[in-house]
Design a protein around this ligand. Structure first.
Ligand code: C5P
Length: 223
């Protein structure tokens, strides 16, 4: 815990962009809205927030932003480096970003021209930021993240929580109407080693309250 005694929290949010050439990238539909709601809820509770934010298409505004520091990144590698640097000083992290799992093996320094019948882009895996923070996590730190699943949701999310050494995982399903990417609402299940709790469809602002409630409970246990 830092000298001001306010918990310090790292939040990752938004997509990552993986460059193919100077004008093209591989990205995803993450809007950053769930992450922004979490940032605001943590600020509302007096926490100090380090937001590592991927390229989002809108400007978020926050109240109490004197306790917020934003690091803007583009690629999974940049997000990884920022998180490695920031997490050791934190009491907790919520990893909400939709990080690319693969990135082009080579980036062309010129715009790729149309030629031939097909174009093959070789991809290599990115660093798993969550797992890397799980490895350096101390007993005084909380680590949590999200799982977006399409099948065997609860089992996959529980496995992911253990693999990444999360204290809890927030499951949202692509099968639920109004949940997930770009929506203003989300339908979440919070899974811990003690059990799981399903919440009804709510605004992302309200989901953030439920998530930060669980985070605070876990933070109290680390003291
Ligand atoms: O494995 P999957 O991408 O579904 O895991 C989701 C969780 O892991 C999220 O919390 C996400 O932010 C995090 N993650 C990460 N680094 C990656 C991939 C996912 O931190 N390379």
């Amino acid at each position: 815990m830092n000298s001001s005694n306010n918990p310090r929290i790292l939040i990752t949010a938004g997509p990552t962009y993986e460059r193919i050439d100077p004008v093209r990238f591989i990205g995803n539909y993450s809007s950053g809205k769930m992450g922004a709601a979490l940032v605001q809820e943590c600020l509302n509770r007096g926490m100090e927030v380090e937001l590592v934010l991927g390229p989002v298409s809108r400007d978020f505004t926050f109240t109490h932003s004197e306790r917020l520091n934003i690091t803007n990144i583009e690629s999974a590698q940049q997000m990884y480096e920022a998180c490695q640097r920031i997490y050791p000083q934190m009491d907790a992290a919520i990893l909400c970003a939709a990080v690319a799992d693969f990135t082009p093996a080579e980036v062309s320094d010129r715009k790729i021209k149309r030629k031939g019948d097909e174009l093959v882009i070789h991809l290599r895996p990115t660093q798993d930021i969550a797992a890397s923070l799980g490895k350096i996590k101390t007993e005084h730190q909380v680590l949590s993240g999200f799982a977006l699943e399409t099948n065997d949701e609860q089992q996959n999310a529980t496995d992911k929580m253990r693999r990444k050494r999360f204290d809890f995982i927030v499951l949202n399903s692509l099968n639920d109407e109004g949940a997930g990417f770009r929506h203003d609402t989300n339908k979440i299940t919070i899974i811990t080693e003690e059990g799981q709790r399903e919440y009804p469809l709510k605004s992302k602002t309200e989901c953030a309250v439920d998530i930060v409630d669980v985070l605070v409970e876990k933070l109290l246990k680390t003291r």
